[in-house]
Design a protein around this ligand. Structure first.
Ligand SMILES: *Cc1c(COP(=O)(O)O)cnc(C)c1O
Length: 436
């Protein structure tokens, strides 16, 4: 697979280069030069395949020239080793549970696949790959657990002190091995600025082989297509063949993967872009004007993004027919009060507990179904994280009903370990140089 930059289609690179560099110099994003359409036999018989089989078939159509099939099969078997079930809550309303991986969030799909692909491309004897990542919570956990024990790699996570949830902090700080955590006396933006500065620091770049693990990496996007195909496979088993996906969105990698799956032939009727008050995309879909804004803080904080970086990828996939974009995607945005109300409604209607991000996707699906009463289209809303990661946002009478998954119980007994640093680049740099 060759990839081009969305800012310059003449600038083309290999998959390996796109994986290690994440972003082209021209600040566009990498996209496949050609998106393959999957064969009809596969698409029509999706319900006869397992998730790893689906993942392999999709991945090999994109990556066969970059990774030999047997190696790709091993990478997928190792990375995609948990379930992504759909659960019916009422007629034509299904939740796609993406929180059964090690960090209990959908980011496990991207992080686990990317870490194994990076490790695969590292040759014996090459310098250790140093992954630097700033997190507001979920990304760090997925990257930490995704890279844990992966040969040839080391992860350094920066998180804002006191601003991640208890379970998120345990996921960041109790790993050991090739994963270390730093709590920074500052905000998420401060953490991100420190990481960005490190990438431009000559001395650090001479000493270390630095790379980022953020959501613009193409190796995170591709594995997220797998669960769209797999969700459709499960719907086919229920006798449904028309689907609308409602996707809780921040940086729009998740929705981007859905659109990529559709471009590869998955028969999706419609997509719903569900956001919190950070409504740049829903506003664009309404008005046709794309106006990035500074992000505002909400209770669904993994979606607090005012200028979503993956949106250019979605626009790029409609490059040939821009008019089709607003026909294919509808946007909805919600306040914190509406989010809380949705959490309550979901609990009282179905006795089902969701995280705030998931609640927004449900509400958007319900509103879309109301707006176009079609009757026959199965609605699937994506559940991006397990509710136990956001206990403070849920009302007490709901949060106390959450069943804590085994992987979290196991973390609770472990020793927490993090370096503490001031929000200051020199301190961060000294830490890296002193802890080779
Ligand atoms: C990252 C995240 C999102 C947003 O996903 P994008 O791909 O950035 O749009 C939504 N929900 C949760 C729980 C997340 O961690």
């Amino acid at each position: 697979m060759k990839l081009y930059s969305t800012n310059n289609t003449n600038h083309q690179v290999s998959f390996k280069e796109a994986v290690f560099n994440s972003m082209p110099q021209d600040k566009g994003l990498y996209m496949p030069v050609a998106i393959p359409r999957l064969d009809d036999h596969f698409l029509n018989n999706l319900d006869s395949y397992t998730l790893p089989e689906i993942a392999f078939h999709v991945a090999k159509n994109l990556l066969a020239d970059a990774i030999p099939e047997n190696d790709l099969k091993d990478i997928i078997a190792d990375a995609i080793n948990f379930y992504a079930p759909i659960v019916e809550l009422e007629e034509n309303v299904y939740v796609l549970e993406l929180f059964h991986g090690p960090s209990l969030a959908f980011k496990d799909f991207g992080a686990r696949f990317m870490s194994r692909v990076m490790s695969y491309f590292l040759k014996d004897g090459e310098k250790t790959l140093d992954v630097l990542v700033a997190t507001s919570g979920d990304t760090g956990g997925a990257v930490a657990l995704g890279f844990l024990g992966v040969p040839g790699t080391r992860v350094t996570i920066l998180y804002p002190k006191g601003k991640v949830s208890g379970i998120q902090e345990l996921q960041l700080t109790t790993n050991g091995q090739n994963v270390r955590a730093i709590e920074v006396d500052g905000t998420f933006d401060d953490c991100q600025a420190l990481v960005k500065q490190a990438f431009t620091d000559a001395e650090l770049n001479k000493e270390f082989r630095l790379t980022s693990a953020n959501s613009i990496n193409i190796a995170r996007l591709i594995p997220q297509t797998f669960y769209y195909f797999n969700a459709y496979a499960q719907l086919l088993k229920e006798g449904k063949s028309k689907v609308v996906f409602s996707v809780p969105s921040g940086n729009f990698g998740n929705l981007g993967a859905g659109v990529l799956a559709w471009k590869m032939g998955l028969p999706v009727e419609h997509f719903i872009a569900a956001t919190n008050a950070n409504d740049t995309v829903p506003e664009f879909l309404r008005s046709g004007v794309y106006e990035p804004k500074p992000s505002v803080q909400t209770i669904s904080n993994a979606m607090d993004v005012g200028n979503p970086s993956n949106w250019v990828r979605i626009q790029d996939m409609f490059r040939d027919d821009p008019e089709q974009l607003p026909e294919m995607i509808t946007g909805y945005s919600y306040t914190d009060a509406e989010t809380s109300e949705a959490i309550e409604k979901i609990y009282s209607s179905y006795h089902y507990i969701v995280c705030p991000h998931t609640a927004i996707a449900w509400q958007a699906l319900k509103d879309w179904q109301q707006d176009q009463p079609t009757g026959k289209i199965a609605g699937v809303f994506l559940s991006t994280a397990h509710p136990c990661k956001f206990p403070d946002v849920l009302p007490k009478h709901i949060s106390r009903e959450i069943v804590i998954p085994a992987q979290v119980k196991e973390l609770e007994g472990r020793q927490r370990q993090a370096a503490s640093l001031a929000n200051d680049f020199e301190s961060f740099k000294r830490y890296l140089l002193n802890n080779k």
